[in-house]
Design a protein around this ligand. Sequence first.
Ligand SMILES: Cc1cc2nc3c(=O)[nH]c(=O)nc-3n(C[C@H](O)[C@H](O)[C@H](O)COP(=O)(O)OP(=O)(O)OC[C@H]3O[C@@H](n4cnc5c(N)ncnc54)[C@H](O)[C@@H]3O)c2cc1C
Ligand code: SF4
Length: 509
Amino acid sequence: MTIRNLIPVLGDQLTPSLASLRAGDPARDVVLFAEVDAEATYVKHHKKKIAFCFAAMRQFAHALRQSGWRVDYTCLDDPQNTGSISGEVERALMRHGAERIVVTEPGEWRLRAEMDRWQGQLGVAVDILEDDRFICSHADFRSWAEGRKQLRMEFFYREVRRKTGLLMDGDKPAGGKWNFDSENRKPAGDNLDFPVPLRSEPDALTRKVIDLVGTRFADHFGDLEPFWFATDRGGAEAALEHFIAEALPSFGDYQDAMLQDERFLFHSVLSLYLNAGLLDPLDVCQRADNAYRSGRVPINAAEGFIRQIIGWREYVRGIYWLKMPGYREMNALHANRPLPEFYWTGETEMACLRSAIGQTKEEAYAHHIQRLMVTGNFALIAGIDPAAVHEWYLAVYADAYEWVELPNTLGMSQFADGGLLASKPYAASGNYINKMSDHCSSCAYDVKRKTGDRACPFNALYWDFLARNRDALQNNPRLAQIYRTWDRMDGDKRKDYLVSAARFLKTLR
Ligand SMILES: Cc1cc2nc3c(=O)[nH]c(=O)nc-3n(C[C@H](O)[C@H](O)[C@H](O)COP(=O)(O)OP(=O)(O)OC[C@H]3O[C@@H](n4cnc5c(N)ncnc54)[C@H](O)[C@@H]3O)c2cc1C
Ligand code: SF4
């Protein structure tokens, strides 16, 4: 039988309604999946992430076969595997002699550039279709951004609310406000009952992948077991329902909190499923909206959660495609210190960092405030090279794909884009971490001490960061008050901060 189209499906395109599958015909086309070394190692991804991706690909391929598609699947340990997506597409073309390649655009710029070369390299027509699993297309985002002086997420978000009708009462925001963030900053106490994200037991297929990953990527960061991520749509849907019932009602209140012994608090742990295509973002938000309408979830929780998905998630994707490839190279604060070794081992006396990194190693997960205000904040105020910070975040989280990770790391967390994405740097002293967590009470450092050997390193580094980057930051209106405080400080005190910071930075390996 002559094959018409070859439809390569990538590891984060595991959606039955994917544009290229909608355009295909099970009777005449072949769907191609390939587990390739290049994608698992271009940064050395966490073992759990690789296992999740490959297992979810195998599950999705199986589901497509069941629904009548002809599926061609290259496993990682296939002796003929060329190790790259382009290599596997070329081999599949030789096997099937397809007339055309039809593919949904990839999430990452690097792969888009590779696909753009296929037509010339492989000598067949290539259709690259828009990925319409996002609410905002590239063209929509470009036209929203056009002519604006500042690309602030909040204004983008309001437009998406209007466009989708989510949490809208006519043309007014439900609850009378667009944003309930000011109600979402409660520190968590020990007296709360924390739900646990739904855990899936790996089936035989997933077990096989776990064994393969354990052998092939033994030197990668992170623990492979226990492995409890769902790897198919049914499992991801169950995790979503569990979240809405158990955690969403308190999601808002404690969104910014951190606790040493509670890894997930009221967060959803759904990003890996959303980013791989196992959950549909709009559907997830509609279910959260329904939970609010039926009185099961308060407005601050529903709004906070929906804003993360139709606001932040869509917005960072827009920024990524608007600004790549140059965005990746930005380093507005000229930070150039190497990433400390403890980011890979968790071996540090700083309890907050030890906890966030230790959890990352075990779970391939940390929630937003751990990423932003602990590991990200430390890298920012210590002046770590943003390219190294970016590689770390891309490697260690199960939900990390460059389109979402890079703007969050380089822009929001490291201010390396000079304020394109964040209106001020997310820099904070130990005081913030102490207020929002219980880490400081078990730390070798003293959060109340400002300078000296046992003082919390965040304290001196915070002022050192502001002093070091004064030329770049002092005209930022949101930092005016803090620079005034610095200028009013006694000269000896200022000197103590700078000396303490320099001493500490010298100890970083
Ligand atoms: C330095 C840094 C790196 C990050 N890297 C990634 C990444 O590689 N992949 C990733 O998906 N998110 C990333 N984020 C955003 C955010 O931290 C994660 O989406 C979130 O922690 C995932 O956990 P959750 O599913 O429990 O989220 P919840 O707190 O339950 O939030 C609900 C959903 O909203 C979305 N979301 C929330 N915040 C953001 C955000 N800032 N940008 C985009 N989507 C968001 C996610 O899809 C998430 O599942 C990063 C944030 C920072 C500060
Ligand atoms: S004292 Fe400083 S280093 Fe220690 S946990 Fe608190 S903020 Fe982190």
